[in-house]
Design a protein around this ligand. Structure first.
Ligand code: MN
Length: 191
């Protein structure tokens, strides 16, 4: 069965002024869609023809991995946003962040540093390990923590296409805006 671009649970202007409608038109409507289209063109006739997206992310290589992981990563990224969600972590995720990093602010600082210092294109991730401990990692290109046995909880896309229309070369400004649109209720459900 062909993979499809998931429908967003918000309008394309819902994240303004932090992420513009124009950025979503390109990032979701063009880039995310292109990864879906490419994946659908690549899998027929391979052993991944009937595989789930998660299996592709964990086991594929080359173009099938790159496009499959980018489909997974972008869906995970776009689904964590809202213009009316909880602005701070709640419940057991809040407790885990405080236990590991000391405070939400200290966590934000460490995660922002991971996003800011990632050289080139890639993703900053908050995941939990098999013991339930939180871990922040950097992945280049289409990289995904599922391949390391981690369970992703939250992510930031730091490819230039995620922010260039809004903040041009200034990735730190994008990272500042990023915190304003995270929905910590949705993110908490992943923990
Ligand atoms: Mn992207």
């Amino acid at each position: 069965m062909a993979f499809e671009l998931p429908k967003l649970p918000y309008e394309l202007n819902a994240l303004e002024p932090h992420i513009s409608k124009q950025t979503l038109e390109f990032h979701y409507g063009k880039h995310h869609q292109a990864y879906v289209t490419n994946l659908n063109n690549l899998v027929p006739g391979t052993k991944f023809e009937n595989a789930t997206l998660e299996t592709i992310v964990k086991e594929a290589d080359g173009g099938i991995f790159n496009n499959g992981a980018q489909v997974w990563n972008h869906t995970f990224y776009f689904m964590q946003f809202s213009n009316h969600g909880a602005k701070t972590p709640q419940g057991k995720l809040a407790a885990a962040i405080n236990a590991k990093y000391g405070s939400f602010d200290a966590f934000k600082e460490e995660f922002t540093k991971a996003g800011a210092t990632l050289f080139g294109a890639g993703w900053a991730w908050l995941s939990k390990d098999v013991q339930g401990n939180l871990v922040i990692t950097q992945e280049s290109n289409a990289g995904n923590p599922l391949r390391s046995g981690l369970t992703p909880v939250m992510t930031c896309d730091v490819w230039e296409h995620a922010y260039y229309l809004d903040t041009q070369n200034k990735r730190p400004d994008y990272l500042k805006n990023f915190w304003e649109i995270l929905d910590w209720n949705k993110i908490g459900e992943r923990f």
